[in-house]
Ligand binder design. Structure first.
Ligand SMILES: [Zn+2]
Length: 154
C-alpha cells in the first residue's frame, strides 16, 4: 500500500491584513484635503486661532504644502454618515485648536455655532437628521474639482 503524502500544513501568512479599527473611506482623505485647503483660502491658516500656515521645505528639499499643517476637524463625528462629508460639518484647524476643541465639548459646539451662524448651524442639524445616504460618487467628483481649483489658486 502506497503511503499517502503527509498533508502539508498551510503556512501562516507572513503579513495578515490588519483590520483598521475605524474604517476609513477614500472620500475621507479627499474631503479632509478640501477642508484644509479651504481654510487656507479663507483665512490663510487655522480657522479658529487664525495662525497663518505657509509652505515649508523638507530636509530633502521637497515642499510640504501649507494645508498639511492643518487638520480636518469634524463638528459632528464621522460616524454620523449623513453629514460625514458635509462641507459645513468641518473646519481646518491647527493641531492645538483641534485638540483643545476635542477635549472641550461645550466650546466645540459654541465655536461651530459661531463659525456657521445660527442658520447654518440649524441647517446642518437638519441635514444630520435626514435619512438620505450621501451620494459618494457625486461628492467625490465635487471635492476633486474643488481641490483642483484650490491648487490652481482659483
Ligand atoms: Zn488654531
Amino acid at each position: 500500500m502506497k503511503r499517502t503524502e503527509l498533508k502539508r500544513r498551510t503556512p501562516l501568512r507572513a503579513n495578515p491584513q490588519k483590520r483598521k479599527t475605524a474604517k476609513r473611506d477614500p472620500l475621507d482623505d479627499l474631503f479632509s484635503e478640501y477642508v484644509r485647503r479651504r481654510a487656507l483660502a479663507r483665512v490663510g491658516g487655522c480657522e479658529r486661532c487664525l495662525a497663518k500656515k505657509h509652505d515649508t521645505t523638507r530636509d530633502d528639499g521637497t515642499t510640504r504644502p501649507a494645508y498639511m499643517q492643518l487638520q480636518c476637524s469634524h463638528f459632528i463625528g464621522r460616524t454620523t454618515y449623513t453629514v460625514r462629508w458635509d462641507a459645513d460639518n468641518a473646519a481646518g484647524l491647527c493641531g492645538g485648536c483641534h485638540n483643545y476643541l476635542e477635549h472641550n465639548p461645550d466650546e466645540h459646539q459654541a465655536w461651530f455655532l459661531g463659525h456657521l451662524g445660527q442658520n447654518g448651524y440649524d441647517m446642518l442639524q437638519a441635514r444630520r437628521r435626514t435619512r438620505q445616504r450621501p451620494d459618494r460618487n457625486a461628492l467625490g467628483i465635487y471635492y476633486k474639482v474643488q481641490v483642483t481649483l484650490f491648487k490652481e489658486g482659483v
